[in-house]
Design a protein around this ligand. Structure first.
Ligand code: ADP
Ligand code: MG
Length: 454
């Protein structure tokens, strides 16, 4: 078996056999031997390329059950923490280890109770710091530290938190950094905290043989109708529809349902419980279309997604790459469909320029106009109409919407927001992250008319 040749231990090899993975992915092939050797590794490869298994191989090599928290995995979001923990549990089926998940927005007490028995902790930076501060988590036995989706962690403004956590770990640990992209600020981090790291990367960001990319140019007032048309026409597996703002996500969800399409919204404004439930339903195939912002969907691995729609094109071209990475996961075919309204061209051009992707233009089909209800009301909406319309909807709200420029970074100081006394709103996570806004409509001045056609 090809995985054994990479040096994975017997327990993991057996678990992989059960999963029927035929061959290692490129990043697994390149990084697992180094990880097993105990090297510090910086690994870059696109989402969906099997990075979790690669670092899990190292964790399984190092961790001896029952001897305290020996492995720590940091992830940018709660969903990812859940997903990584689930994966590690699957991989360690024949070498059972206690994996404890730690993130904010939920009660801290159950976490406090379960940490003493943990072999592995997977968590988001804010809540991890909380535990360190309370003394409910000790990192002095850490033998292997993993930064997963490191680029995103930095994007979300977690750098200081991440550094603080790293400094709590013993120096003679192994450090692994897995990421879709390796931007310069990550290099800084690696210089400071990794020991003669070896860098490996795999493949291109997008595999054109597996992923078809197309776009339509469509008048703004027909965009939603086109989406409905395509969702009905292009039946495949599951579908993800991306929009740049929470408002647009809610708008799409609401109107798809009114048009008889099973849809659920997924964005940072929803409670953790709601998000988990939505994800489970989507995983189980009970929801056909998941409508989401970038933040909510980042890194999620949902098998069976055959179509990704960009209801609007993200401002940052790397977000485009992350979005389309939700489909055509390992060994599957997928299709990315872009709906370009008037305001999307600038962003679309940027994507083309940055990644030179081959995205085919399709003729606009004849679409039946469907009725839509307007965006939900919220304060500040009216006076923004049109004003910033030519900048991207979700970003033009006048205030810095991108959390890197905002004050509400995850943590101010070590003693910042203590779990118990914080509000109930995801206290240890950034309130809003790049790409999400809930106060500016995506269509700027072109708000769909009340019950008109759009
Ligand atoms: P990444 O972290 O790179 O985004 P994941 O680790 O989430 O990717 O893996 C994506 C999916 O691919 C998961 O469902 C995982 O179980 C599956 N997978 C991982 N390695 C393999 C492999 N060698 N062959 C087939 N599927 C794999
Ligand atoms: Mg991953």
């Amino acid at each position: 078996m090809a995985f054994r040749k990479l040096g994975v231990n017997e327990a993991l090899a057996k678990a992989i056999e059960d999963l029927k993975f035929e061959a290692p992915t490129e990043i697994q092939e390149k990084s697992i031997p180094l990880v097993i050797e105990g090297k510090d590794v910086i690994a870059g490869s696109k989402t969906g390329s099997g990075k979790t298994l690669a670092f899990a191989a190292g964790i399984m090599q190092k961790v001896v059950p029952g001897q305290g928290v020996q492995a720590l995995v940091m992830t940018p979001t709660r969903e990812l923490a859940e997903q990584v923990a689930k994966n590690i549990s699957t991989f360690s089926k024949y070498q059972p280890m206690n994996v404890v998940i730690v993130y904010g927005g939920v009660s801290i007490n159950p976490q406090i109770d379960s940490i003493p028995d943990a072999d592995i902790v997977v968590g988001t930076p804010g809540r991890l710091l909380d535990h360190l501060e309370r003394g409910t988590l000790k990192l002095n036995k850490i033998r292997i530290l993993v930064l997963d989706e490191a680029d995103r962690m930095l994007d979300m403004g977690f750098i200081e938190d991440v550094e603080r956590i790293i400094r709590e770990c013993p120096q003679d640990r192994q450090t692994l950094l897995y990421s879709a992209t390796i931007p310069p600020d990550i290099e800084q981090l690696t210089k400071k905290y990794m020991q003669t790291p070896i860098k490996v990367s795999a493949g291109t960001q997008v595999d054109p043989s597996q992923l078809t990319q197309v776009y339509y140019t469509v008048p703004d007032n027909q965009k939603f109708s086109l989406l409905v048309h395509l969702l009905k026409q292009e039946r495949g597996g599951l579908v993800m529809v991306f929009a740049n703002s929470r408002r647009t996500v809610d708008f799409i969800e609401n109107n798809l349902r009114k048009n008889g399409i099973e849809a659920e919204a997924m964005h940072g404004g929803l409670s953790q419980a709601k998000r988990s439930k939505t994800l489970d339903k989507f995983h189980d195939g009970k929801t056909y279309a998941l409508i989401c912002t970038d933040v909510a969907a980042r890194g999620l691995d949902i098998p069976g997604v055959t179509h990704v729609y960009n209801y609007d094109i993200p401002k940052e071209s790397k977000q485009y790459i992350h979005r389309i990475g939700r489909t055509a996961r390992v060994d599957n075919q997928g299709k990315a469909i872009n709906l370009l309204g008037q305001r999307d061209f600038e962003n679309f051009d940027r994507v083309h320029r940055d990644y030179r992707l081959n995205i085919e233009k399709l003729e606009l089909p004849v679409v039946e106009r469907v009725r839509v209800e307007p965006y939900a009301r919220d304060e500040g909406f009216g006076d923004r109409r049109g004003g910033q319309g030519d900048r991207r909807g979700g970003f033009g709200g006048g205030r810095g919407r991108d959390d890197r420029s905002r004050g509400d970074r995850p943590r101010g100081s070590f003693g910042g927001d203590r779990g118990g006394q914080r509000g109930s709103f995801r206290p240890s996570e950034p309130r809003q992250s790049s790409g999400e806004s809930h106060s500016t409509p995506q269509q700027g001045g072109h708000r769909p008319p009340r019950f008109g056609s759009a």
